[in-house]
Structure formats: C-alpha cells, structure tokens
Design a protein around this ligand. Structure first.
Ligand SMILES: [Mn+2]
Length: 350
C-alpha cells in the first residue's frame, strides 16, 4: 500500500509486531473501553474478541457502562459485552494474562474498571488515537493522526494473521464509519478507504450499518432535535453556535441523558460557524458539553481548559454549574480562542 500509515514513527512495524506477539501468546484476554462507550470502542472490542476466540483464546469484554442503544445491532447476544459486576468478573480479570484497553489511554476514563486495570498483573496493551495517554501500558499503539482506533486494530489483526470474517469486519467497519463522520473528516486518507474496502470485501455491509446506526431513531429524539434547532443561538459574531438541552426537555421527551443523540453537528452545519457547542443538563448537577470545530480553532484546547479531552475538531467535557453559568464560561473561552486564532493568522500573513 503506497501511503500506508503503517511504518511511520508512531506505529513502527516493530511496535505493532511486539504487540501482536504478546496477544498471540495470551490465552485469557480481558478487553475494555472507556465509559460512555462509542462505536469505535465497542466496534473494536467486538472485532478483537471474535478474532481472538476464533484462534482459541478466551476473550471477555467487560465495560463499566452499557452499550448505547444504536450500537446494539452489533451484539451477537446480550452477554457478549458484560457490564462490570465485581463478584462475577473479578476472578476473570485477576487471572487474565492480557488486558486490552481500546480507544482510550487514560485510567480514569475506565470508570470502575480503573482500579482493576491498575492492579492487574496482566500484560497491558492499549490501542488509541486520542491526544492524551498515560504511561500505564506495556504496549501502546497510539496515533492521534488516525480517524479511529479501528484503523490501528485492523493493522494489528493483519500482523497477527487473523481471519477477517464478516462478524469481525462488521464491527470494525462500524468503528471507522462512526469516528470518521461517515468518511468525511479531514483525517481520512486513501489508506482509510483502502481499509474500509478490505472490510467490505470481508463481508461488512455499508447500507446495513448505516440503517442501524442512523435510521432507527425514535420520534422523541427527532422532536427533541427539532426543539434544539428552534433555539440555536449564534455568538461571537456568528462564529460560535450553541444548542441547549435542559433536564426539563429530557424529561418531557423521556430521553436518557446517557443516550443523547449526537445533535451537535446541526449547529456546526451553519455557514460561518467555526465552533458548535451542545450543552446538556445532567441529573448530577453537571453540564455536559460537546464541542465540534470546523475552522482553525482546536476545540480540544477548549476541552482541556475544563478538564476534558478528545480530538482537535471533536471534544467534550463536563462542568459543575448551572446551564447559564456553563454557557457564559464556555462562550467566554471560545471568544478568547477565536481572537487568539485571528491574531495568529494576522501575524502569519503580515
Ligand atoms: Mn475513537
């Protein structure tokens, strides 16, 4: 493959093959991902567990939080992903010879599973594409320039000589679709499409994945979205757009805040908008903020200011505040970031 990413410094072939050898030698593998898991984390977990089982290893997926409803079509059965129950799962975790953490490199993002991972004597492998990771792992395959952890897992499975069956290819393809914004983000490279092509060749069906991911929404979700659109506000001279979902709205539409549809892309779609924000009022007294960018401002910088994280153009964080306070604080920082970006651009062009 001409421009294969594989071979660049971050994912040097020897790093990948060392991880592959460790996985091949393991018999009992605990697989997990971050809390409030998404299509990349869940898709990678399923693909890896199925590939390992096909090779005769025992693999269990144990997460802290439930699989979001739009991703459940990927599950072969209700127990394919276990929600951590210490009594049931600690024996397996304690005896695992390998722990694989997918789509996250920070311990605290594992929720209740942070302590079991830190205490585990298993060989620890992390596959991730976020900016921040901590030195917790024996093997770290992380590249923030890639769309999805699924791209890294694809290479790892190749090196392991794992067979790409339809039940491995489908969740892996889903991971790519979800984290590349349906193959539209800037980080999409020819290699991304080659991987997608190989997965479709192996039996993943794009239309089936699309319908399940995007076209099985509830009427309540669509109506909530309508209300958010009705009330979208433009700030910073039309360069920041924000939407708000209050507790009262969640109650009225009977929507679980953990199952919030991804509607921040609607304010982002407005012409001239560089940053889109969605504020969701959680029951805990926190405001959950999703931030998306399509200009020069990196929203990961904004997330870092509030103790969150993510990617340059897609990030998130939580603030303990009221809706109004959170909006004010975040919008203040946004105009600061926009001014700084303007200043930088003017000094470069001067
Ligand atoms: Mn991801």
């Amino acid at each position: 493959m001409a421009d294969s990413h594989f071979g660049r410094a971050r994912l040097a072939p020897e790093t990948v093959s060392a991880a592959a050898r460790a996985l091949q030698a393991s018999r009992r593998v605990w697989i997990t991902t971050h809390i409030k898991s998404d299509g990349d984390g869940i898709g990678c977990e399923l693909a890896l567990a199925r590939a390992l089982r096909a090779r005769g290893a025992e693999a269990r997926i144990i997460n802290d939080t439930v699989v979001p409803r739009p991703l459940r079509f990927l599950l072969a059965g209700p127990d394919e992903i276990l929600i951590y129950d210490p009594e049931r799962d600690d024996p397996f975790i304690n005896e695992a010879d390998m722990a694989v953490v997918l789509d996250v490199g920070l311990g605290y993002r594992l929720g209740r599973l942070e302590a079991p991972l830190r205490e585990s004597r298993a060989i620890k492998l992390c596959l991730d594409h976020h900016l921040d990771t901590e030195p917790l792992f024996d093997h770290l395959l992380c590249d923030p320039e890639l769309n999805a952890t699924g791209e890294i897992l694809f290479h790892l499975l190749k090196v392991m000589g794992a067979e790409l069956t339809p039940c491995v290819a489908t969740p892996l393809y889903t991971s790519l679709v979800v984290d590349s914004g349906n193959f539209s983000y800037e980080r999409c490279r020819p290699e991304t499409f080659r991987i997608a092509g190989a997965l479709v060749e192996a039996g993943a069906r794009p239309y089936y994945v699309h319908v399940n991911l995007h076209w099985r929404r509830s009427l309540a979700e669509v109506k909530l979205e309508g209300e958010v659109i009705d009330n979208v506000e433009l700030c910073s001279g039309g360069r920041v757009a924000c939407g708000v979902v209050s507790k009262e709205m969640l109650r009225r539409y009977a929507i679980d805040p953990m199952e919030m549809p991804d509607i921040v892309n609607i304010p982002l779609s407005l012409d001239g908008v560089e940053i889109a924000l969605l504020f969701v009022e959680m029951d805990s007294g926190y405001i959950k903020v999703s931030a998306r960018g399509k200009g020069r401002v990196k929203v990961s910088k904004l997330a870092h200011m509030f103790g969150g994280g993510g990617h340059p153009l897609a990030a998130g964080f939580s603030i303990k505040a009221t809706l109004d306070e959170a909006r004010r604080k975040v919008l203040d920082e946004c105009s600061g970031l926009i001014n700084a970006a303007d200043f930088e651009a003017s000094t470069i062009s001067a």
